[in-house]
Design a protein around this ligand. Sequence first.
Ligand SMILES: NC(=O)c1ccc[n+]([C@@H]2O[C@H](COP(=O)([O-])OP(=O)(O)OC[C@H]3O[C@@H](n4cnc5c(N)ncnc54)[C@H](O)[C@@H]3O)[C@@H](O)[C@H]2O)c1
Ligand SMILES: [Zn+2]
Length: 346
Amino acid sequence: MSDLPDNISFGTDTIFNLIGEGNFTSIGVLVDENTRKLCYPKIYERLGEHHLIEIKSGESNKNIDTCNVIWDQMTRAGFDRNSLLINLGGGVIGDMGGFCAATYKRGISFVNMPTTLLSQVDASVGGKLGVDFHGLKNHIGLFKDPEHVAISTEFLDTLPKQEVRSGFAEIIKHHLIRDKSGWENLRKTPWEGLSWKELIPHSVRIKSAVVASDPYESGLRKILNLGHTIGHAIESHLLGGHSPVLHGEAVAAGIICENHIAHQRGMLSQEHLAHIQHYILSLFGKVAVPEREHDAIIHQAYQDKKNKQQRIRAVLLEAPGVPKWDVEITAEEIRDSLAYYASLQM
Ligand SMILES: NC(=O)c1ccc[n+]([C@@H]2O[C@H](COP(=O)([O-])OP(=O)(O)OC[C@H]3O[C@@H](n4cnc5c(N)ncnc54)[C@H](O)[C@@H]3O)[C@@H](O)[C@H]2O)c1
Ligand SMILES: [Zn+2]
C-alpha cells in the first residue's frame, strides 16, 4: 500500500509547528457547539492568538447562509490573504470551512483537524469542498487540498457511538473497493476487536491512493462512490425530515441496495452479497424507507453529480476489491433494490 501524502499526518503536532513558524497574519478556528465544548479545549493552549468562529452543528446548516456567517466573521476580524483557517470538526466543518477559506479573497490557507471518524477516514482527504443547496448534497463546491490534515484519535473519545458507526461505513466501503483480504478479516472481527489506530491509516491510504491517481474524478476515483448513488439519494430525501439519517447509515443502506442490483445483473455472487449484507445489517440495522417514499428517493438519484445526460450512474461490485464504475442503472432497478432492502429480515 502506498504511503500517505505529505499533507496528512497522525497527531496534531504538524499543525502547531506550521502555526509556530509565524507564516500567518491571523488564525481562525472554525468549530460548532460540540467541537467547541469537546475538542477545542484539547488544542486551545497550543493555538496562540486566534479568532474562534462558531457555527451551529449539523448537515442542515451546511449551506450558503452559514457560509455568510463565516465570511462575515473573517471579514470583521480583518483576515487578509495570509490568514489561516483551522477546521476543527467533522465533515460538515471540513467541507464548509474549506469552501469558505478557498473562496475568501480568492483563497486563503486552511488545515483540517477532523474530529469524527468519518471526517478522519474520508471527508478531510481528497480536496472536495462545498455545501448543500436547495436540499441537494454538496451541490455548490470546488476541489482544493488543505495545507495540512492532522488526524488524532483522541478526538474520537467523545464522539457518540452512532457517529462512530456512521464513519465506519466508509471504512467498510474502502475495504470493499480496494482490499479483498482486509475485508475478509474485517467481517470476521468483532466490533470490540477493531483498532482505530490501524483502520484509520489504512483507510486514509486507500482513499489517498485512489484520489492521487484520479484527483478530479474522471475515472477510478468514482469507485469511492460505492453505496453513494442510492445512499446519497436516501440521505438527501430524509434531510430535514423527522428522522434524518447519518451519512454513513445511508451509505450502508446504499451499499446493500447497489449490491442487490449487481447481484441481479449476475455480477456479484450470492455468497458475497450475503456476507456484506449480513455484516452491514448486524452493525447498522435498517434505515426506514417506506414504499411511499421510493419515488422521491429515485427523484433524488437523478440529481446525483455522477450522472450524465439524466442517466443514473453507480459503482457496482463484481466481488470485494473489484468495483466497476460508471455503470448505468435504471430507476426500475433502484425501485426494486429499495423494495428488496425493505423486505430484508433483521
Ligand atoms: N469532502 C468529502 O470528500 C466528503 C466525504 C465524505 C463525507 N463528506 C461530508 O461530511 C459530512 C458528514 O461528516 P460527519 O459525519 O463528520 O458529520 P458532522 O460534521 O455533522 O459531525 C457529526 C456530529 O458530531 C459532532 N462532533 C464532531 N466531532 C465530535 C467529537 N469529537 N465529539 C463529539 N461530537 C463531535 C458534530 O458537532 C456533529 O453534531 C457530510 O456533509 C458529507 O457530505 C465529505
Ligand atoms: Zn461518503
